[in-house]
Design a protein around this ligand. Structure first.
Ligand SMILES: *[C@@H]1O[C@H](CO)[C@@H](O)[C@H](O)[C@H]1NC(C)=O
Ligand SMILES: *[C@@H]1O[C@H](CO)[C@@H](O)[C@H](O)[C@H]1NC(C)=O
Ligand SMILES: *[C@@H]1O[C@H](CO)[C@@H](O)[C@H](O)[C@H]1NC(C)=O
Length: 476
């Protein structure tokens, strides 16, 4: 189900995230905008329930509609380093809601911002009782002071030509502030700047509700949400001599339950789990997760394709899902000998790695996500395809789906079932029947259309996928 499509390059979606309840979805784009969507099919919506009863679907799918948007980041120029800072939103993370307001963190390459989105009543001034036609007929105007402003400033509020009619005004209506309408207002509560020398790749809020981390290529910093002028450097992989640099940080995330634990991934394909209680600067990890290289498999591309582009904890914190260029891997945090499951995503591209390197496609950073129940995992690919796998051990469940460029076509074909919005997702490969080398729909893979960003709904089997400037909701 395609529910949002924008049209220019700045509209290309660069971040996507559900909030904890699953009632809100946020996207960030290259133009520095954050767009919020809200769920509309809440339990007590009589209308949508009736619609559903009319169809033969036992499962209700969450439906979302556009809520609001705001400009989170603007292009900047760092004069000190003579660098242009793009407004592109790299990551969005929702924080604890409070008093009916939503809170979220958004970041570009350098600056993190904390936003509060709240309904505000619009103040409107009711009309005053000055009839301009009457006022014009009068002479020798007395200088009035309106709202405490001197008459020259009050011009525009009250006519300067106003004079009291003989016998005075029968009734004087004072301007009254009326407020019937409400509007969503996004306010920037904090700006956390100047703490990263390299590009920020991740932000993650802690389960303590008070702190968050931000990670760049070489460092991870810890912040208190309320304090924007200081952060604590908790991981630093910068070598004394930059020529010795062999590994960079690619992604970082807080453990969903233990606020003292966090994980970060590297360009060498490893994941480190650290415990902040052990030392202030977490130079030594608590656990290292790495897969030993298969003997004889080494090639020029080995290190490039080993780089982890994204990691995600499962909801219970027991597992970590990681995505590298070729595979998706599931790790049990109690087992550091190797992943508990490995899923081939791009194995069919192995013979073409040279071309993919030539045009930089090999550096594309695909995200991954787990279902709320932890039973399935998903990640994106080229030609707007994404793959969903069963996460339980020994599961061979696999499906390749397409975030279609032409969703309307399918929707028109099934007019009798309007609520079955699944129409936009074309199942191109049947369960488990992967045939490497064959190409989707018989067409050549399109390396310019790639599905990098996706998020699984926390409680429903729905995946939000961003393909260029289109946002799709797939009901798994
Ligand atoms: C982040 O904030 C959400 C509230 O939206 C909270 O439920 C969650 O525990 C926080 N931390 C993590 C690691 O998810
Ligand atoms: C941060 O700002 C607060 C309030 O303005 C100030 O009291 C504090 O000294 C500042 N801290 C640093 C590290 O600059
Ligand atoms: C990258 O190379 C592949 C393989 O040759 C080609 O099909 C694709 O069009 C190229 N992509 C871009 C973005 O140039």
């Amino acid at each position: 189900f395609l529910f949002a499509q924008f049209s220019s390059a700045v509209d290309i979606i660069s971040a996507i995230e559900f909030d904890k309840s699953g009632d809100h979805l946020a996207t960030g784009d290259r133009g520095g905008r954050v767009v919020l969507f809200e769920r509309t099919d809440t339990r007590d919506h009589g209308g949508s329930r009736r619609d559903l009863e009319q169809t033969d679907y036992a499962v209700r799918h969450p439906e979302f509609r556009y809520k609001t948007e705001f400009q989170s980041h603007e292009p900047e120029f760092d004069y000190l380093k003579s660098l242009e800072i793009e407004e592109k939103i790299n990551k969005i993370r929702w924080c604890q809601p409070a008093n009916g307001a939503l809170f979220l963190l958004s970041t570009n390459d350098k600056t993190i911002k904390y936003w509060k989105v709240q309904e505000k009543k619009i103040k409107k001034i009711s009309e005053m009782n000055i009839d301009p036609s009457k006022a014009e007929s009068s002479s020798s105007p007395p200088q009035l002071v309106a709202n405490g402003l001197p008459a020259d400033k009050a011009h525009g509020y009250l006519s300067n030509d106003f004079s009291f009619p003989p016998g005075g005004i029968p009734s004087l209506r004072l301007p009254v502030v009326t407020s019937q309408e409400t509007n969503l207002v996004a306010r920037c509560r904090r700006v956390y700047a100047h703490a990263h020398d390299y590009h920020i790749n991740s932000i993650s809020n802690s389960s303590d509700g008070e702190t968050f981390i931000s990670a760049d290529d070489l460092r991870v910093n810890l912040w208190n949400l309320e304090i924007s002028n200081q952060s604590f450097n908790i991981v630093d992989v910068k070598p004394t001599n930059m020529e010795d640099l062999t590994e960079v940080i690619t992604s970082a995330e807080f453990h969903p339950i233990h606020c003292n634990m966090l994980a970060y991934s590297s360009s060498k394909g490893s994941i480190r789990l650290i415990d902040m209680r052990q030392s202030a600067l977490c130079d030594s990890h608590t656990k290292l997760f790495e897969e030993p290289e298969a003997p004889g498999s080494r090639s020029f591309f080995t290190e490039i394709i080993a780089s982890i582009s994204d990691i995600k904890f499962s909801k219970d914190g027991r597992y970590i899902l990681s995505r590298d260029y070729m595979t998706l891997k599931l790790w049990d945090i109690n087992m550091d000998s190797g992943p508990v499951a490995s899923y081939q995503v791009h194995e069919h591209l192995r013979p073409r790695l040279c071309d993919l390197y030539e045009n930089d496609s090999i550096f594309d950073k695909f995200e991954c996500c787990l279902s709320g129940d932890g039973l399935r995992v998903a990640t994106g690919s080229y030609s707007n395809l994404f793959r969903v796998f069963g996460a339980s051990q020994g599961s061979t469940e696999a499906a390749t789906l397409e975030a279609s460029k032409n969703p309307m076509r399918r929707q028109i074909q099934t007019p009798a079932r309007p609520s079955r919005s699944i129409g936009s997702m074309t199942r191109v490969v049947r369960r488990g029947s992967e045939s490497p080398g064959t190409e989707a729909n018989g067409n050549a893979y399109d390396f310019t259309t790639k599905l990098l960003h996706m998020a699984w709904h926390p409680t429903e089997n729905s995946i939000a996928c961003a393909a260029a400037n289109s946002l799709y909701m797939y009901y798994a």
